[in-house]
Design a binder for this molecule. Structure first.
Ligand SMILES: [Zn+2]
Ligand SMILES: [Zn+2]
Length: 363
């Protein structure tokens, strides 16, 4: 099949709309006709070159939804016509972490840019074109069957795309990674696509106060709309003083949904005893932040990483859909702007400028 997709040839250059060949689905693989894809910060890292080691040419996109179009041999669960949300962490089904229900920690994750087995499904003039995870900017994509999660057909498939990364990552960071309990306090750094879903996760757990932290007032306004009870703009207010005023002795959890190492440092400084800092945002390759061990030891504070919200997409995606259908999770409200596929560069510019909660490319 021939498809036309935006291809990144070099970081910091506009993507080229190119006609590329798509293989037929192989054993255990499905072809998905994409309906929508979210514009995620991790792809922006590849696009602007702040993450190194990404093979090119590459089709980006790690958050999407679509309709199963064809299935290869050996597929047992999906059939053409099924509505699916794409997971960027397909279960290898064999390793320890997949067995534990954490496919994002799979020991058999293929090298970046490739499918399991080290090959690609996209080609151009005899040359491989790489996949950024599932490469959801392709109008048709090939993924392992475990990378396409069935969802009920009466849920709006377009916005379901966001469940594939930002919703599950943000919500899960609070509910799974921080394991926040009712009445505990939380500060969420970065109130964009992922952070707003962390706010929603905090609301779902019954946390209080839920403090949104961002350098943009427009993002703080959004945080309040999604359920933050308080907001702090650290460029205008003293973050530490304000948190102590609200909580007395610090917050029980900080969720760092921004790839800024200074936020990671600040998030640690405002933690209460036995508090946990959850690191979600990814800074540029090689950036670090200083940690005072006394702060960890004296108050039994913890720093944990969170990947895909410590979730199992096969379980969590249908759950997110149910919560959204019950009115307990806002999804459509996350979409700031819809784009055509050939406007992906503009969507990245707007994301980098902090202009959106989530941009959604609709096929
Ligand atoms: Zn993502
Ligand atoms: Zn595995």
């Amino acid at each position: 099949m021939l498809i036309t997709a935006p291809v990144l040839l070099k970081p910091n250059e506009r993507m080229q709309m190119m006609e590329i060949e798509l293989d037929e689905p192989g054993f255990g693989e499905v072809r998905v006709k994409m309906v929508a894809t979210g514009v995620c910060h991790s792809c922006l890292h590849a696009y602007d070159g702040s993450h190194t080691g990404i093979p090119m040419p590459i089709v980006l996109g790690d958050e999407g939804s679509g309709i199963v179009d064809a299935v290869g041999e050996g597929c047992n669960n999906l059939k053409p016509g099924d509505h699916v949300i794409i997971s960027w962490a397909p279960d290898c089904g064999a390793c320890k972490y997949c067995a534990l229900g954490f496919p994002s920690l799979c020991l058999n994750t293929p090298p970046i840019g490739k499918m399991a087995g080290g090959t690609t499904r996209f080609h151009h003039q005899g040359q491989d074109v790489y996949h950024y995870g599932p490469a959801t900017y392709g109008p048709y994509i090939i993924v392992p069957e475990a990378g396409a999660v069935w969802v009920r057909p009466d849920f709006p498939l377009e916005v379901a795309a966001l469940i594939g990364c930002s919703v599950t990552t943000g919500f899960g960071a609070v509910v799974n990674s921080a394991a926040l309990r009712a009445g505990q306090s939380v500060a969420i750094f970065g109130c964009g696509g992922v952070g707003l879903n962390a706010v929603q996760g905090a609301v779902a757990t019954g946390a209080y106060p839920i403090i949104g932290v961002d350098v943009l007032d427009s993002k703080l306004e959004l945080a309040r709309e999604f359920g933050a009870t308080h907001t702090i703009n650290p460029t205008k207010q003293d973050l530490f003083e304000e948190v102590m005023r609200l909580t007395g002795h610090g917050v029980d959890a900080t969720i760092i949904a921004v790839g800024a190492t200074n936020a990671m440092k600040q998030g640690l400084d405002i933690l209460a005893k036995q508090g946990v800092e959850v690191v979600l945002g990814l800074p540029g390759t090689g950036q670090t932040f200083p940690v005072d061990p006394a702060l960890l030891m004296s108050g039994e504070r913890r720093i944990v990483g969170s990947r895909y919200g410590s979730s199992n997409p096969m379980v969590e995606f249908p759950k997110m859909v149910e919560l959204a259908m019950a009115g307990k999770l806002k999804i459509e409200e996350l979409v700031t702007k819809r784009y055509d596929l050939d406007e992906a560069d503009e969507a990245f510019r707007a994301l980098a400028a902090g202009e959106q909660a989530r941009g959604l490319i609709v096929f």
